[in-house]
Design a protein around this ligand. Structure first.
Ligand SMILES: Cc1cc2nc3c(=O)[nH]c(=O)nc-3n(C[C@H](O)[C@H](O)[C@H](O)COP(=O)(O)O)c2cc1C
Length: 341
């Protein structure tokens, strides 16, 4: 599907209109990376339900009214030769209730969110399927289901955040039920030619809490058995070994459970071509670039040259504006330590 193994990592950028429709700013930011040679370009996490919105200015996929913008984005990215993917998610307790105007729910009652009811969960599963169907209808090549970083699907996987005693909590089978049912629904509502991948946090990091490497490997195995087209592991420090087994790297571990047929995508502080190649040697099939792609929109083209030294932070907001980030996105980057002067 993709012309190379370099993927633009999903990045929340707050550039959509307040109602979730695509803005020209968001289109221009993604088009610049597609033009810069990224084999696949992934959108920010886009909410599948109105109450799943994570931030103001987030791209939405929960209603047909978003179709015209999504179609324009898909066409633009395809015209630049990139595989076009939308990351789909639900924020759960991390949803921004101020932005959505709706109450939040999670696996269990926590931090102001109520525990999800059975109808909430059946509705979210349907929403994932409908969102994926919409994304396919808009002309994208596929979706990535966001099961990482402590959003709703991770909140269910978590032994800390999920205290339920019904079929959605307790055993790993039960905690993984929401993710697996959402995956099955997405598969069911889209054609076989449509790519459906999943992003996981293999271990605890930041907002991803209550996870365990071996449980994540089991979840990956179930996803592979159910027909996932790719698995994306979010490592944050992709060159490091796992926290649980410091002598082992996540790539061979995940590769051994999902098998050689399913591409494994890896992200986390990859800046140079040499670092990317190290991960490919370990067995990754593709690499996803986040921060380096903000500063180096032509990374895939430039990395062909052995002397390429990517621009690194800190940078000024003016520099960011020159790289096709609008004022809101440039400001948002201040939240990332050391990124903006
Ligand atoms: C500004 C910004 C926004 C991000 N938004 C998302 C997101 O919407 N979904 C997601 O799965 N990861 C998100 N991430 C994480 C990245 O996809 C990536 O995994 C992480 O930044 C590590 O890669 P890097 O070191 O190349 O930046 C975001 C990262 C950044 C810097």
């Amino acid at each position: 599907m993709a012309k190379n193994r370099v993927v633009l990592a999903p990045m929340t950028n707050q550039q959509s209109h307040a109602d979730g429709t695509l803005s020209d700013d968001e289109l221009v930011w993604l088009r610049r990376r597609a033009r810069g040679g990224f084999g696949a370009v992934m959108t920010c996490a886009a909410h599948v339900s109105a109450d799943g919105q994570g931030w103001p200015g987030e791209l939405a996929v929960f209603d047909d009214r978003f179709l015209p913008g999504l179609e324009r984005l898909a066409q633009t990215l395809r015209a630049e030769g990139a595989a076009a993917l939308v990351q789909i998610f639900h924020g759960g307790v991390r949803a921004d209730t101020k932005a959505s105007g709706l109450p939040a729910f999670s696996a269990s009652a926590l931090e102001g969110a109520r525990a999800a009811s059975e109808p909430d969960l059946e509705r979210v599963i349907v929403d994932f399927g409908r969102a994926a169907q919409r994304v396919e209808a808009a002309g994208f090549h596929g979706v990535e289901i966001h099961g990482a970083h402590g959003y709703l699907l991770t909140q269910f996987l978590s032994v800390v955040q999920n205290q339920r005693t019904d079929q959605w909590g307790g055993s790993l089978e039960n905690r993984a039920r929401l993710l697996l049912r959402a995956f099955d629904e997405v598969r069911k509502q889209t054609s076989r030619a449509f790519t459906v991948g999943v992003r996981l946090s293999p271990e605890n990091f930041g907002n991803a809490k209550g996870l365990d490497l071996d449980e994540s490997l089991q979840v990956a195995r179930w996803l592979a058995d159910r027909g996932a087209d790719f698995l994306h592991i979010s490592l944050w420090e992709a060159l490091n070994n796992t926290a649980k087994r410091p002598s082992e790297h996540a790539i061979p571990l995940f590769k051994s459970v999902i098998g050689s047929q399913i591409p494994l995508l890896v992200a986390g502080k990859i800046w140079t071509r040499a670092e990317a190649e190290q991960l490919l040697v370990l067995g990754a099939d593709a690499i996803a670039l986040g921060r380096v792609a903000i500063l180096n929109p032509d990374w895939p083209v430039q990395a062909a040259s052995p002397s390429f030294a990517p621009l690194r932070p800190p940078v000024t907001t003016e520099q960011l504006r020159g790289l096709d980030l609008n004022a809101d996105f440039a400001e948002y980057m201040r939240r990332w330590p050391g990124f903006v002067v």
